[in-house]
Design a protein. Structure first.
Lengths: 895, 180
C-alpha cells in the first residue's frame, strides 16, 4: 500500500512508468533514444522544437502538446516549468532561435488553456518573461514584452494575491528610457517598454486585490517614463480623445494613449498619486518654460480623467504653483510660477463645467490666496511677478467664464468680500493697495464673463453694498476699476464702449436703448439712492483723476440708458443738478475737477432726453450747450486733465447763466408729464457729508432699501417713511398731522356708514409695518395715502371716482405749500437746534420696561389691527402703542 | 538555469560621468565601452555570481546621473539591497556632491540598505581626491569604501563580489525573496 502511494506521490515516477509503457513514436524527436525514458509531457515539449531553429515551431506536435495540457491540466505547471528550464538553458547558450520557439509555445498554451487552470501555468510563464527581459538582447526583451501583453489581455477569474509586478514595472520603465544606438531599435525597445507598462496597468488596475499599482514606488516609475516618451514628440496637438490604434507605432503616441488610460482609470484617491510624479517630472525636466508640453499634458489629463474628479487636477496644480523649482534662480522661479499659472488658466475651463458646490469656491479661494501671496512677495522682478498675477487672474476669468451665471454672482460676492477696504486706515499699505487692485481686476474679469439679465439678479443687495463700499476706496485707481466693474454689470446692450468719454452729441453715438423692465424699476427704486449717492460722493473726492470722473460718467450714463423711465428721470435729473451744484460749492475740488463735473453733468443732461424722448428738455439743454460752446467751451466735454489757462472770469462759478436751472428743468419735465416732485425738492446730496465714510448700519440699509432719502421727507405724502431717519421730531409732527387727518377721515366715513372704509382704516393703521416689509407695494400705498389726504382736504363728497382721479393727478397747490412749510420747520429744527436739544427730542419717551411690556402686549394681541376700531382716534393708538417696526428695529431707539 | 539561491538588487548612483555604466558593463560583460553616452533614466543588467558554492543573482540597476532624471532614479532606491555611490577621483565636484547624495539615499532608500562608496577612475593621472579623504568620508558615514578603475578592470569584480558576500551574511532573512 505504502509503495503504491509513494509511487503516486512522486509524480516523476508515475510519469516514468507511464512513458515506459508508451513508445516514442516520433522519428524527428531531437532527444533521440533516451526519449523513451522521459515523462510524457517532457517528450511532448521536446517534440515541438525543430531540429534547426529556423524551421520554427513544429505545428502538429504543438497541437499534441496543447491537447495533452487541455486533457490533463494538472500537468500544466510542469510543462511550464520544463519549457522555462529549456529556454533558460538556451538563453545561456545563446541559442535564441529556440528561446523564441519556447516563448511561442508558452503563448499558445496560455491562450488555449482555460482560466481556472491558468494560475498553475502563469508562474512559469512570468518567470520565462522575466528571464527574457533580463537578457541583454533587445530582440528577446521585445519578444518577452509581447508575450506579457498577450498575458495581460487575458482575464483571469482567480486573482493571484502573491503575484508581484515590481520587476516588470522597473524593467519596462527602464526600457522606456532605452538609449540604444540604433534609432529604430531604440524606438522598438521604448515601444515595448510602454506596451509592457500598459499591460501591467491593465492587469492590476481592475483588481484591487492584486498589487496596488497606484503606490508611489510604481507611479514614480511609470508616469515619468510615459512623459519622457511624450515630450520627445515634435509637436503636440491635443485632441479630446484618441482614435484607437492610429499612430500608436510611435512611442510618443503610444505613451500618450497609455497615460490617458491610466488617468482614465484612476479613482479619486489615486489621482494624486498620478499627478505628483507628473508635477515633479515637469520640475525636473524644466518643462514649464516653454509650457506647450505642460499644457498639452494637462489637457490630456483633463480630457481623460473621470469628469467628477477634474477639479482635483486644478487643485493639485494650484497647490504646486508655489512649489520650489529645481534649484533655479529666483528670477527663473518666478517665471516658472507664471508658466504654471498659465497652464492652469488653460485647463481650468475644462474643469469648470463639472465643478459644483464647494469645490468651485475652493478653487477660487485658492487662486485668491495665491494672488495674495504673490502680492505679499512684492518681489523686485515686478514684471515677472505681474505676469504671474495676470496668469492667475486669467485663470480665474477662464474658470468663471464656464460657470453658470448664478455662480458667477456668488464668486463675485466672494471676491469682493476679500477686497481690503483701504478707507478705514486712510492710507493702506502698498501691498494692500496692490491686493485691492488685483482683486478688483479679478472681479472685473469675472464680471465681464457675466451676462446681466435682470439687474436685481446681477446686484443682490449684499453684493451691491460691498461694491459701493469699495467705491469709496482711497486709491483713485481702485475706484476707477470698480466703476469698470459696474459698467460690465450694468451694460446689457453693449453701450459702454460708446460712452467711454463724455460727450454732448448723444445722437451720434448710436446707442441702443430699450424700454426699462418692471423688475429693473423695482430694483432702482430699492437701490437707487444708495447707488446714486455713492456715485455722487465718488465725484466729490479731491483725489479724483480724470479717469475717475469719466468712469463715473460712464456708469451714470449706463444707468440712464438701462433704467431710464419716467419714474426715474426725476431722480436722475436731481443727481445731475446736484453734480452741477457741487462743482460750484465743493471747496476741495480743483478747477479742473470743477470743469470736469460741469462737463459730465451737461453730458448726462443731454443724454436723458435722448433716452426718454423729451424734446423740450432736449431743446433746453441744447440751448445751454450752444451758449457754453460760445462762451465757455471748458464747461463742455471732452474732458481735459488741465484747465490751466482759464481766466478768473471764466471760472464755473462766475457763469451762473450757463448753468441748468432747477426750476426750468422742473417745468420742462412737468410739461412732459413727468412727476417732478422729487426734482423740485431740495437736493438730498450735499457736498458736506462727502468726508463721511459710507456708514453701514441697519439705519442706512433700511433707508437705502426703502428709498427713504431725505428727499422723500420733503415730498408730500411720504411722511411715514421718514420716521426711521429721525424718530422723535418727525414722528411727532407727522403724527399730529396724521392724527388730525385720520380722525377726520374716519369720522367722515363712519358718518357715511361705509363699512368697507372701516377695513380701509384698519389697513391704514398698520401701514408703518408694511412700509418696512414691502417696499414693493409702496407705490400703491402711496396713491392710497394721497387719496386719503385729498379727501380729508375738505371735499365733502366722500370717496368718489372723481376724488380718486384727482388724487391720482397729484397733490394740490395748497397741499404742497403745506408740505413745504412742514419741511421748512423740520429742516430748521434740525439745523438750528443745539445737539442736546435734538437728543432730548429724539429720545424715546418711554422707559425700557414699559416699552418691553408694550411690545409683549402687542405681540400677544395679535393681530396688529387696532382693537379700538376705526372710530377711536388713531392718534391714541400711536401714543399708547409702540409702532410695530420698533420690534424689528430697536436700534432706532437707542439714541 | 534558474537555480540561484539569493537575489540581490544593487543600485548605482552618483553624479553624471563618474563611470557608473562602465563599472556595470565591465562587471557584467567584461568590456569597457569607450565613448559611452550618458544613461537615460535607468539601465538594467543581471549577473549571477557564485559565493561559497551558492549562486547569487545580482540585479544591477544603473541610474542616470543627470539631475533631470532624479525623480525616476529615486524611485529605484527603495527596493535596493545595496547602493553603490560612485564618484570620480579626478573630479572634485563629484566628491563634493556626496553629502547631497547621502541625503537622497536617506530619504528614499530603505534604512538597512548596504551603502558602498566607490572612487572610480583610479587609472587617471590627475587625481584630485586622495584615497584617504574618500576613506575618511566613507568611515564617517558608515559606508564601505573601495577605489576602482572600470577601464583597467581594477577592483570591479571585487566590488560586486564583496557586496554579494556581505549581503549574504547580512541577509539570511532576505534569502530568496523571489519577485517578478
Amino acid at each position: 500500500m505504502s509503495f503504491v502511494k509513494c509511487c503516486f506521490e512522486a509524480g516523476e515516477g508515475h510519469d516514468f512508468l507511464d512513458s515506459f509503457v508508451q513508445k516514442c513514436t516520433d522519428p524527428g524527436c531531437c532527444c533521440g533514444c533516451c526519449s523513451a525514458l522521459r515523462p510524457r509531457y517532457k517528450r511532448l515539449v521536446d517534440n515541438i522544437f525543430p531540429a534547426i531553429p529556423q524551421d520554427g515551431l513544429v505545428k502538429t506536435n504543438m497541437e499534441k502538446l496543447t491537447f495533452y495540457s487541455l486533457s490533463s491540466p494538472e500537468k500544466l505547471d510542469r510543462i511550464g516549468e520544463y519549457l522555462f528550464q529549456k529556454a533558460s538553458r538556451d538563453i545561456y547558450r545563446r541559442r535564441h532561435g529556440f528561446v523564441i520557439i519556447a516563448m511561442e509555445a508558452m503563448d499558445q498554451l496560455l491562450v488555449a488553456c482555460h482560466s481556472q487552470t491558468l494560475n498553475l501555468f502563469v508562474e512559469s510563464f512570468l518567470k520565462m518573461v522575466q528571464k527574457l527581459l533580463e537578457s541583454t538582447d533587445p530582440q528577446l526583451q521585445i519578444l518577452a514584452t509581447q508575450s506579457f501583453v498577450r498575458f495581460a489581455n487575458i482575464e483571469e477569474d482567480t486573482p493571484s494575491y502573491h503575484r508581484r509586478y515590481d520587476f516588470f514595472v522597473s524593467k519596462f520603465s527602464a526600457m522606456c528610457h532605452s538609449n540604444h544606438i540604433d534609432k529604430v531599435q531604440r524606438d522598438n525597445i521604448r515601444l515595448a517598454g510602454i506596451q509592457g507598462l500598459q499591460g501591467v496597468i491593465r492587469k492590476t488596475v481592475s483588481d484591487d486585490l492584486v498589487e496596488n499599482i497606484w503606490e508611489a514606488q510604481h507611479m514614480d516609475k511609470i508616469v515619468p517614463s510615459l512623459l519622457y516618451n511624450m515630450q520627445t514628440a515634435e509637436k503636440y496637438d491635443t485632441v479630446l480623445c484618441m482614435e484607437g490604434g492610429a499612430g500608436e507605432e510611435e512611442p510618443a503616441r503610444l505613451a500618450e494613449a497609455c497615460l490617458r488610460e491610466l488617468v482614465g482609470r484612476a479613482s479619486f484617491g489615486h489621482i494624486r498619486s498620478v499627478l505628483r510624479p507628473v508635477l515633479t517630472h515637469f520640475d525636473r525636466h524644466e518643462l514649464w518654460i516653454p509650457n506647450d508640453f505642460a499644457v498639452h499634458t494637462f489637457k490630456i489629463i483633463m480630457f481623460s480623467i473621470q469628469a467628477q474628479y477634474s477639479y482635483s487636477v486644478v487643485e493639485a496644480l494650484m497647490q504646486h504653483l508655489d512649489a520650489g523649482g529645481s534649484g533655479a534662480s529666483e528670477r527663473d522661479y518666478t517665471r516658472v510660477r507664471a508658466a504654471r499659472a498659465a497652464v492652469l488658466s488653460n485647463i481650468v475651463a475644462i474643469a469648470a463645467g463639472d465643478s459644483v458646490g464647494p469645490s468651485v469656491l475652493e478653487i477660487i479661494n485658492n487662486l485668491l490666496t495665491n494672488l495674495r501671496a504673490s502680492v505679499a512677495r512684492d518681489s523686485e522682478k515686478e514684471t515677472d511677478e505681474k505676469l504671474y498675477q495676470e496668469a492667475l487672474i486669467n485663470a480665474l476669468g477662464e474658470f468663471a467664464d464656464h460657470l453658470p451665471d448664478f455662480q458667477k454672482i456668488d464668486i463675485m460676492m466672494f471676491i469682493v468680500n476679500k477686497v481690503p477696504s483701504s478707507q478705514r486706515a486712510n492710507k493702506g499699505t502698498k501691498a494692500d493697495c496692490m491686493l485691492q487692485s488685483i482683486l478688483l481686476k479679478s472681479l472685473l474679469k469675472v464680471g465681464t464673463t457675466y451676462r446681466t439679465g435682470e439687474l436685481s439678479k446681477a446686484f443682490p443687495a449684499a453684493f451691491l453694498d460691498a461694491l459701493l463700499r469699495v467705491a469709496a476706496a482711497a486709491e483713485p485707481r481702485a475706484r476707477a476699476l470698480l466703476q469698470r466693474i459696474l459698467h460690465t454689470l450694468l451694460d446689457r446692450r453693449g453701450n459702454a464702449p460708446r460712452l467711454h468719454h463724455a460727450t454732448v452729441d448723444v445722437c451720434e453715438l448710436g446707442l441702443i436703448v430699450e424700454k426699462c423692465s418692471r423688475q429693473d424699476l423695482i430694483f432702482i427704486s430699492k437701490h437707487g439712492y444708495a447707488l446714486f449717492s455713492s456715485l455722487y460722493e465718488g465725484l466729490q473726492l479731491e483725489s479724483n483723476m480724470m479717469e475717475n470722473v469719466e468712469a463715473i460718467y460712464t456708469t451714470l450714463a449706463l444707468i440712464c440708458i438701462e433704467l431710464g423711465s419716467e419714474e426715474t428721470v426725476g431722480d436722475i435729473m436731481q443727481l445731475v443738478l446736484a453734480i452741477q451744484q457741487s462743482s460750484l460749492s465743493n471747496p476741495v475740488l480743483s478747477v479742473a475737477q470743477q470743469c470736469q463735473l460741469q462737463a459730465i453733468s451737461i453730458s448726462l443732461a443731454a443724454l436723458v432726453p435722448h433716452v426718454l424722448l423729451l424734446p423740450r428738455l432736449a431743446d433746453y439743454i441744447h440751448k445751454i450747450i450752444v451758449a457754453r460752446r460760445e462762451e465757455a467751451p471748458h464747461l463742455l466735454p471732452p474732458l481735459r486733465e488741465e484747465y490751466d489757462d482759464l481766466p478768473p472770469a471764466k471760472m464755473p462759478n462766475k457763469l451762473p447763466y450757463l448753468m441748468m436751472d432747477q426750476m426750468a428743468l422742473c417745468d420742462m419735465l412737468k410739461a412732459h408729464g413727468v412727476d417732478v416732485s422729487r426734482l423740485s425738492a431740495a437736493s438730498p446730496y450735499s457736498a458736506g457729508n462727502v468726508a463721511l465714510p459710507h456708514r453701514h448700519s441697519w439705519l442706512e440699509a433700511g433707508a437705502a432699501q426703502g428709498r427713504d432719502s431725505l428727499a422723500e421727507i420733503t415730498a408730500p405724502g411720504t411722511e411715514l417713511d421718514s420716521a426711521n431717519s429721525s424718530p422723535g421730531v418727525q414722528r411727532q409732527t407727522q403724527h399730529d398731522d396724521l392724527d388730525e387727518e385720520y380722525r377726520m377721515f374716519t369720522e367722515k366715513y363712519n358718518h357715511n356708514h361705509r363699512p368697507a372704509m372701516q377695513n380701509f382704516g384698519a389697513y391704514r393703521s398698520d401701514n408703518d409695518f408694511w412700509h418696512w416689509g414691502h417696499q414693493d407695494s409702496r407705490s400703491s400705498e402711496h396713491d392710497m395715502r394721497r387719496d386719503r389726504k385729498h379727501t380729508s382736504g375738505g371735499s365733502q363728497s366722500g370717496v368718489s371716482l372723481e376724488a380718486l382721479r384727482r388724487a391720482a393727478g397729484g397733490p394740490t397747490g395748497a397741499e404742497r405749500r403745506d408740505a413745504e412749510r412742514r419741511r421748512a420747520t423740520l429742516n430748521n429744527a434740525f439745523r438750528t437746534a443745539p445737539f442736546d436739544q435734538l437728543l432730548h427730542i429724539t429720545q424715546p419717551k418711554y422707559e425700557i420696561k414699559d416699552k418691553l411690556e408694550e411690545i409683549f402686549n402687542s405681540i400677544s394681541e395679535e393681530p396688529l389691527l387696532p382693537q379700538s376700531g376705526p372710530c377711536s382716534p388713531a392718534g391714541k393708538s400711536y401714543q399708547h402703542q409702540v409702532p410695530p417696526y420698533t420690534k424689528y428695529f430697536p436700534e432706532l431707539f437707542l439714541y | 538555469m534558474e537555480d540561484y539561491k539569493f537575489l540581490f538588487k544593487v543600485v548605482l548612483v552618483g553624479n553624471a560621468g563618474v563611470g557608473k555604466t562602465c563599472l556595470v558593463r565591465r562587471f557584467t560583460q567584461g568590456l569597457f565601452p569607450p565613448g559611452q553616452g550618458a544613461t537615460i533614466g535607468v539601465d538594467f543588467m543581471i549577473k549571477t555570481v557564485e559565493v561559497d558554492g551558492e549562486k547569487v543573482k545580482l540585479q544591477i540597476w544603473d541610474t542616470a546621473g543627470q539631475e533631470r532624471f532624479r525623480s525616476i532614479t529615486q524611485s529605484y532606491y527603495r527596493s535596493a539591497h545595496a547602493l553603490i555611490l560612485v564618484y570620480d577621483i579626478s573630479c572634485q565636484p563629484t566628491f563634493d556632491c556626496l553629502p547631497d547624495w547621502l541625503r537622497e539615499i536617506e530619504e528614499y532608500a530603505n534604512n538597512k540598505v548596504l551603502r558602498i562608496l566607490v572612487g572610480n577612475k583610479t587609472d587617471r593621472e590627475d587625481r584630485e581626491i586622495p584615497r584617504h579623504i574618500g576613506e575618511d568620508f566613507a568611515q564617517r558615514h558608515g559606508m564601505y569604501f573601495l577605489e576602482t578603475s572600470a577601464k583597467e578592470a581594477e577592483n570591479v569584480e571585487r566590488l560586486f563580489m564583496e557586496i554579494a558576500v556581505e549581503l549574504m551574511e547580512r541577509g539570511g532573512v532576505m534569502t530568496h525573496n523571489f519577485t517578478y
